[in-house]
Design a protein around this ligand. Structure first.
Ligand SMILES: [Fe+2]
Length: 355
């Protein structure tokens, strides 16, 4: 089904965590906006280099922002915005100079848990005709430390090895943040901050590049949005703020959408389904989508974004963390959890069941 009137309720059977709310996948005239709500911006340097007291205060504020809406904006993370400039240009270059037949050679397919490869315009999922083209790579597609069955060969994953080298810089800049981010979340929840240190050492991830070309007038009128409402299937996502606005976040309390306004150079962190599962619903996997920008530049200017989803490897068992109450969920292998969830987007045969 690809239908701009589809509701999240049409896909309930795929959900592996509680999702009680209802929303239409595309932005529509019935949507209400929570204009007064501001997603919190926090200075991560307090946790990265502060004393015990600074760290504790940051952890509490971070966990409290995430409990409330599942999103927070971080400054002081130590990644230079010049890198984000380079990646922005690299994304435009990749999508606009790679011929379509070359892109289609890398068409997305399951690699472990992750749907890796190229997603054409309107085919980000089977369920919604979004006006975005995307490209996803997991850890195996990068020449970085990991266990491998055979030597790394860039041409298996990339149209050019130059692209791997460029996007590897982003991966290497973000990877050192994985542990501090989860440590701060866990500390703020009153859980042992180091419970996932091992699991997040050389862990799997999905780097997704999104290219939203300028819309034609016909596309603008079609009712399709830039990216449909969804929840991330991961522990958390690191999303450098885009130069063009449009990200909208579901506020569970008001039942309205909040416009994300994060300054360029900051990173947006949101918790996903894995995190909701292991925190026994304490940290929500919050719905978000990309609508048209406030300045109507979607008719003339492309939008670029490059979220990085942080996963655990396929054979790790996701269990409710100790100290967060009577578990509402049984333990489940990550590959089963992940692919059952994402078969919502890629079809029932995407699911892999491993006990
Ligand atoms: Fe997302």
């Amino acid at each position: 089904m690809t239908d701009i009137r589809a509701s999240n309720r049409d896909f309930e059977k795929y959900h592996q965590v509680r999702k009680d709310h209802s929303y239409r996948l595309a932005e529509n005239e019935a949507d209400a906006f929570d204009e007064g709500y501001e997603i919190r911006t926090l200075d991560f340097s307090a946790f990265l280099s502060g004393n015990l007291e600074h760290r504790a205060r940051f952890a509490n504020e971070f966990a409290s922002a995430l409990r409330e809406i599942g999103f927070a904006v971080l400054t002081g993370h130590g990644v230079e915005s010049a890198l984000y400039d380079d990646i922005h240009e690299g994304v435009l270059d990749l999508f606009t100079t790679t011929p379509m037949d070359e892109k289609m050679r890398f068409r997305a397919a399951r690699s472990g848990s992750v749907a890796q490869g190229y997603f054409p315009l309107e085919e980000t999922s089977n369920i919604h005709p979004d006006l975005v083209e995307g490209w996803v790579w997991c850890r195996r597609a990068f020449d970085i430390p990991q266990d491998r069955e055979r030597p790394f060969r860039a041409e298996e994953f990339w149209p050019s090895a130059d692209h791997e080298r460029l996007f590897r810089r982003l991966v290497l800049a973000h990877e050192p943040l994985f542990q501090p981010i989860i440590q701060a979340m866990f500390q703020g929840l009153g859980v042992d901050p180091h419970l996932y240190d091992q699991k997040l050492t050389r862990t799997n991830f999905g780097l997704r590049l999104n290219h939203y070309p300028p819309m034609s007038l016909a596309q603008d009128r079609s009712g399709a949005g830039r990216l449909f409402g969804h929840e991330d299937v991961d522990l958390f996502t690191i999303l450098p703020a885009s130069r063009i606005d449009g990200l909208q976040v579901w506020n569970h309390r008001s039942g309205k959408w909040v416009r994300m306004l994060a300054p360029y150079g900051s990173i947006i962190i949101n918790t996903g389904d894995y995190m909701q599962r292991i925190t026994n619903d304490a940290l929500p996997s919050t719905t978000h989508r990309v609508g048209k920008p406030s300045d109507r530049s979607h008719l003339t200017v492309p939008r670029v974004s490059f979220p990085m989803a942080v996963y655990v490897w396929e054979d790790v068992v996701l269990e409710v963390l100790p100290g967060l109450g009577e578990p509402r969920y049984p333990p489940v292998k990550a590959i089963t959890f992940h692919t059952r969830s994402t078969s919502k987007f890629y079809g029932d045969d995407y699911a892999v069941d491993e006990d």
